[in-house]
Structures are given as structure tokens and as C-alpha cells.
Design a protein around this ligand. Sequence first.
Ligand code: RIB
Ligand code: CA
Length: 306
Amino acid sequence: MSARICVIDTDPGTDDALALWLALASPELDVRLVTVAGGNAGLDRTLPNARAIVGLSGRAVPVVAGADRPLLGAFTAEPRVHGADGIGGVALPEGAPAAPGIAADSIRAVLRAEERVTLIGIGPATNLALALASEPALAARVEEIVLMTGAWAEGNITPSAEFNAWSDPESLAVLLGCGRPVTLATLELTAQALVTPARLATLEAAGGGACLAAALAILQSVPASRRFGFRGFPLHDPCAVAWLLAPQIFATRRVHAAVETHGTARGRTVIDRWERSGQPSNALLLDALDADAFFSLLGDRLVELP
Ligand code: RIB
Ligand code: CA
């Protein structure tokens, strides 16, 4: 089976780092482009982070800068989880310079060159939305949009909103309305991918090279979550990549999903899991995950990197 051509849009980001390494280590994915937005940290940090993460993998994938703010509203980072530098203070060797151009143009260039492209969004959706909104005809070439975004229950940046959706809800609305297959890895799914000391120890025992060592150092920098009784923390972004590698470890359901753009619930994703809204399904919700299989996949792939 030929590798799936994909673009990853990211805001590294501690969990983004592991998602990128997982994707770059997996032969099922042909990562053609990594585009970067401000999110967990400002673009002045997320861009060098993405360059360093890709550089350490040894993969020659272009990294292109994109939006440093949402379509509307102000930019807000999340240093409490990711640190001021975005990757928990872990020093990585500098990566290759960013490729010229801007994210939205680069995403469109891949779409023009290939008939079937998967878009993986693991940060605010600004770059992906700008790419599709400014040339809608290219959406027909999008095989699937896989997003770590949203929550059908509690949020993690406000009581009702998850960080990526909250960071740029207008852009998320563009993707939810673009008519192409959208797959959602929400907080309820990523909560099942809890990084615990035991799972960290298993990853550490795997051996591996500089990428796995860096991944462990990054994971060890993330604070345990009070929401999970300080037992660990959810590993969000790699869940979106794992869906494309091992769909058999997920349970899914068709849903209608929308996002609030106004008021105190701005960024809240309204996900109809029980067909109450009468709205036709516009997304596939990743509902459940075999967590042990997920962490085995993660370890098996990261150990293959340099
Ligand atoms: O809410 C979790 C999401 O926001 C993840 O993508 C994390 O990296 C942050 O961007
Ligand atoms: Ca992210």
C-alpha cells in the first residue's frame, strides 16, 4: 500500500514534538510539509522548535512558517504546560533553516501537486483554514483532515473550550464546513492516552537514539495534571497521527460538530454524539482508544528514529 501523502500543521509544543516524530518515523506516512503556527508558544519559538524536531529526525521535510495569530482575536500562548520555549526547556540542536514562503501557500502547493493529501492539524487551525479558504477548489484534493481539537465535555483552557479550538474558532469552523472528511481527536479521546510514570519507564527501556531521548526529556518536563489526580497527563497530538497508522486501536462514531465563536463559550465545540440536533454528520469522532496499543506503537516507532 503506498504511503499516505500528508501535511502536518503544528504549534510545537511538547506533545506536537512526539506527534511529529511519530509521523516522521512511520513508513505509512509520506510527510511532504510541516507548517507552523503560533499556539503553545509564539511563532518565534514554535518555528525553531519545529525545525529542530524535524532536523533531529534526519528527515528532509520542509518546515514553513505560518500564522502568528488567529484569524480574529488576540494570540495567547500556553506556557503552563509547554514552558516559555514551548518544549519544556529541552535544548535541541538547531534544525535547518525554514523553507521560504508562508504556510498557506505551501499547503496549497502540495494540494496542487498531489490529488490526495491528508491534512493533520495539531495546533490552532489558522494555516489550514487560510489555505482552503483562499482557494476552495483545492479542497477536493483533501483526502482527510485529522484534527486534535475540541471537546464534547469540559475544556482545558476555559471550562468549555479546548486550546486549539479556542485559539482560532473561526478557522476551525472553516474546516468543519469545508465538505471534506474531518476526523476529530478531542480531549475525551486524548485523556485515554495518559502518560504515567510506568509508561515513561517503558519508553525509557526501549533504548533508541537522540529523538527518543529528547522525547523522554520533553515528556518529563510536562507537569502531572490535577484533572487526572496528578497520575499523569494526556498525550494529545500523537493520537491524531496514530489514527492514520493504526485505526484498529480506535473506536469511532459519526457526529455533527460545530464551534462557538462568540460569548463566554467561544471556542467550545458542540459535538452531537447522539443525533439530537437533526444535523447531518460532518465529522468522524475518535471515541475510544486502546491506550496500551497506542503507547506500544509510539515506542516501537520512536525507537526507529536516529
Ligand atoms: O488542547 C491540547 C492541544 O493544544 C494540543 O495540540 C497541544 O499541543 C495544544 O496545542
Ligand atoms: Ca499542538
